[in-house]
Design a protein around this ligand. Structure first.
Ligand SMILES: Nc1ncnc2c1ncn2[C@@H]1O[C@H](COP(=O)(O)OP(=O)(O)OP(=O)(O)O)[C@@H](O)[C@H]1O
Length: 788
């Protein structure tokens, strides 16, 4: 057995050799980069010098055109190779800092020679194309490192399983090209190194976990068999981390056929989006597309309607609690997120093929150019048997023709005459040039003036109806909102569409509410997805979404079954990776989905994999134990802390709001001074945050960074952040201070999961403050240990 010194010596030598290779390569890439940059700048500067421009006749014009195209192609090619060289140089720079983090020795034959495999974020191959200095962590052989301890081991390759023996497993910590630690391990992934990684102070963005991926996470990252992957994982068990590593893995595995734009990650909120956006670039990959469900809604509905967001809905439901109106709204919100409602809307959409789309007339001032009756006669009468999409295309064309006819009919009208007289010089000049091109104003033409007038009038009439043309192009001759609202106007229609033929509980209230809201173009959050579904079905789902190959949904427990089914429809060809934690289901819309039912019913069971992650890595053991006790015992069972020591969470009862603010300000400042980089002060609602922020500002000195994080903020700053509970989803802080977890604020059963979510954001320290009596949900967890 070599001793520690020998190992260090051997590995230092090897590291020097590898860094030499990296440096030589880096130098080469940098010089290519310089050259390409020079080329690109040169071509851009001289673009027009090298193009022969001659517009005098058509042959010359053709030549001019092809010389421009040639120059542009040359520029594009150089820009492309500049990009390639720049990506390669970036990757090599990362490799120079930290070329690998592990080594395994693996013998395929019993007692045969073992091959040394060094594993890093990306591979490094010698000039000969055969010497593998470093294997990418995503290569099949690298799996051995994550899945096995020394002894008999095997790994999967596209060609089949390879068996053998793992004779050595070694881990390195290399920073700035210097070997800091090296040690051999006989565990799957040594607890020591994981301990060290987890004990580090957090940063404002998420880190890659590539060197310490756990076996059960590795399974999720590399799963290629299933169409749907559902991961139920405890808070802090690495769901998001595994998801991002999986994106990187897929980009590597399918590098010839999969691009980052074909992968979409649904994030819970903009803060989270910013928080995870560094992980892939740190791995040397381009980012996937990220969006929030809200953005999807806003993109289609936002311009036409005023749409309530999930957070406002959550606050409204919290405010309305206990009142009959509030309770009724809650029932409606849940129902409109259900599979029953999805099926009802689906049946309604099929019905719309035969009747019921609410059309809008084309009107100009007081004139009806095309009436609803005329549209209906065409759509459901003359073309009634054709496909919906074909009919729509026809209808669009037909409406365009009606507009043209109408323009024709108006040319002699007074208003057109007047409008034409107002034509400015440019309009007249344009009309004149057009006429000339058509042979007017020549020797043989005699009615030029009339034709010019005619053209100006036509121009004026067209300008007046331009909004109508745009409306036709944008399908605005249909009214999706009124079409959707019809479901709540007619009992018989609803019942006819419902899968069980019944009206849901609370339908009357929903009907009244629809009148109050939809008619004012105000869309409650619970109506937004159904309305979008109706709209997209009417206008056609966006084509590009069919090209998305992988859809990731994080915090999936917060999606209603309706939303899950809708996403499936919208991304029909995508494989799904769905990650969530039913213990953190904090929104009314999804409460009834009983875990992941909304998702698992989308794909046949044989194509679905359900994985569980039960070890919680984020928080210290005392914090995990404390948070677990907030949950009901049956929900807490199965959550395992990773053994990492820390202080017991603190529960502080304060006699007034002012005292609470005093105490939190004092503690937050002290924690900052101790070196905790990110401190989250989490209040229940945004309103409360505003108040908390103001109170804290008064109490903290100006040099202490304090940020109020709102729905729109995209970045999590260092220092102290004040944020509402629902925006803390998915992210973490070195220390979490819970703002007023009193019985008054978190007194109901349904606050349990919210409180759990908030407490599990803490990595190292957790303080819970309350004005008066702390929530009984906490009381279960711990008696009050301090008073202030
Ligand atoms: N294998 C690992 N190695 C190192 N750190 C890990 C590992 N797995 C998870 N972590 C760390 O644990 C923390 C929680 O991970 P992550 O945010 O991915 O969990 P999550 O399951 O998505 O949590 P939540 O549901 O609470 O949002 C992060 O700081 C992450 O870096």
């Amino acid at each position: 057995m070599p001793n520690e010194r020998d190992i260090r010596e051997e590995e230092t030598k090897r590291l020097t050799e590898v860094l030499g290779v990296v440096d030589r390569r880096l130098l080469k890439e940098l010089s290519v980069l310089g050259e390409r940059r020079g080329d690109v700048v040169g071509i851009r500067q001289e673009f027009w010098d090298d193009v022969t421009v001659n517009f005098s006749d058509t042959t010359e014009l053709g030549e001019t055109w092809s010389s421009i195209v040639q120059q542009a192609e040359l520029l594009a090619e150089r820009e492309r190779s500049h990009r390639v060289a720049s990506t390669a140089a970036g990757r090599l720079a990362l490799q120079h800092d930290n070329p690998y983090f592990a080594r395994i020795d693996f013998a395929e034959e019993p007692n045969g020679a073992a091959e040394r495999v060094y594993i890093g974020r990306s591979s490094l191959v010698g000039e000969d194309g055969k010497t593998f200095y470093v294997y990418d962590w995503r290569a099949p052989v690298s799996s051995l490192f994550y899945d096995h301890e020394p002894g008999p081991a095997s790994y999967e390759t596209p060609g089949g399983t390879i068996d053998g023996e793992l004779t050595l497993k070694r881990q390195f910590v290399i920073r700035g090209g210097v070997l800091k630690h090296v040690f051999d391990t006989d565990e799957t992934i040594g607890d020591d190194i994981l301990q060290a990684v987890l004990s580090e102070r957090s940063d404002t963005s998420m880190k890659s976990i590539v060197a310490t991926i756990q076996k059960e996470q590795n399974r999720i990252i590399r799963d290629e068999k299933h169409k749907l992957l559902v991961v139920q994982g405890a808070a802090g068990s690495g769901k998001t981390s595994a998801a991002l590593q999986r994106v990187a893995y897929l980009l590597y595995r399918y590098r010839d056929t999969l691009t980052p734009e074909q992968i979409v990650l649904f994030s819970p909120n903009p803060v989270f989006k910013g928080y995870v956006s560094r992980v892939l670039p740190d791995l040397g990959e381009a980012n996937m597309r990220q969006m929030t469900f809200r953005e999807l809604i806003e993109a289609r509905l936002g311009r036409r309607y005023e749409v309530e967001d999930l957070f406002s809905q959550t606050e409204a439901l919290a405010e309305g609690e206990g009142s009959p109106e509030g309770e009724a709204r809650e029932v409606a919100a849940r129902y409109k997120g259900s599979e029953h409602f999805f099926a009802t809307v689906g049946a309604y959409l099929r019905r719309l093929e035969k009747e019921g789309v609410r059309f809008r007339p084309l009107r100009f001032r007081k004139d009806t150019i095309v009436s609803v009756r005329q549209i209906e006669e065409r759509f459901y009468g003359t073309w009634g048997t054709e496909g919906f999409g074909d009919r729509l295309a026809k209808l669009r064309r037909w409406l365009g023709e009606r507009l043209s006819e109408w323009v024709e009919s108006q040319l002699k009208e007074k208003w057109v005459e007047e409008a034409a007289e107002l034509a400015d010089f440019e309009d007249i000049q344009r009309a004149y040039v057009e006429l000339r091109r058509e042979g007017g104003f020549g020797e043989e033409s005699f009615d030029d003036e009339d034709r010019l007038t005619d053209r100006l009038r036509r121009g004026a009439a067209e300008a007046a109806i331009a909004p109508l043309r745009r409306a036709v192009k944008g399908f605005r001759f249909m009214d999706p909102l009124a079409t959707y609202g019809e479901l709540f106007r007619s009992r018989s229609l609803f019942a006819a569409c419902a899968p069980d033929g019944k009206l849901p509980v609370g339908w009357e209230w929903m009907s009244r509410r629809a009148e109050e809201t939809l008619d004012r173009k105000h869309i409650d959050h619970e109506d937004a997805t159904p309305l979008l579904y109706v709209m997209e079905a009417l206008e056609g789902f966006r084509k590009v979404e069919g090209e998305v190959k992988h859809l990731f949904v994080d915090e999936a427990q917060d999606y209603s079954p309706f939303q899950a089914a809708f996403l499936r429809r919208r991304f029909p060809r995508a494989r799904l990776t769905v990650l969530g934690d039913f213990n953190q289901a904090i929104y009314a819309q999804a409460e009834d989905s009983g875990g992941f039912g909304g998702w698992t019913r989308l794909v046949p069971p044989e194509e679905t994999a359900l994985w569980r992650l039960s070890t919680s890595y984020r928080s210290t053991e005392p914090i995990v134990e404390f948070s677990k006790r907030i949950l009901l015992p049956e929900d807490a069972a199965g959550i395992e802390p990773f053994h990492r020591d820390g202080e017991l969470p603190l529960v502080v009862s304060c006699e007034s709001g002012a005292k609470l603010a005093d105490r939190i300000a004092e503690d937050a400042a002290a924690l900052l001074a101790e070196g905790y980089a990110t401190i989250g002060i989490i209040a229940k609602t945004a309103k409360e945050c505003g108040n908390a922020g103001a109170l804290l500002k008064e109490r903290l000195t100006d040099d202490i960074p304090l940020t109020l994080v709102t729905g729109g903020s995209a970045n999590l700053p260092r220092g102290i952040s004040v944020l509402p509970s629902y925006l803390s989803k998915g992210i973490e802080f070195d220390a979490v201070l819970v703002w007023d977890a009193s019985q008054r604020r978190y007194g109901r059963e349904r606050d349990r999961k919210l409180l759990y979510t908030v407490c599990t954001r803490a990595l190292h320290k957790l303080h819970v403050y309350a004005i008066g009596t702390p929530s009984a949900l906490l009381g279960l967890a711990s008696p009050v240990r301090e008073e202030a």
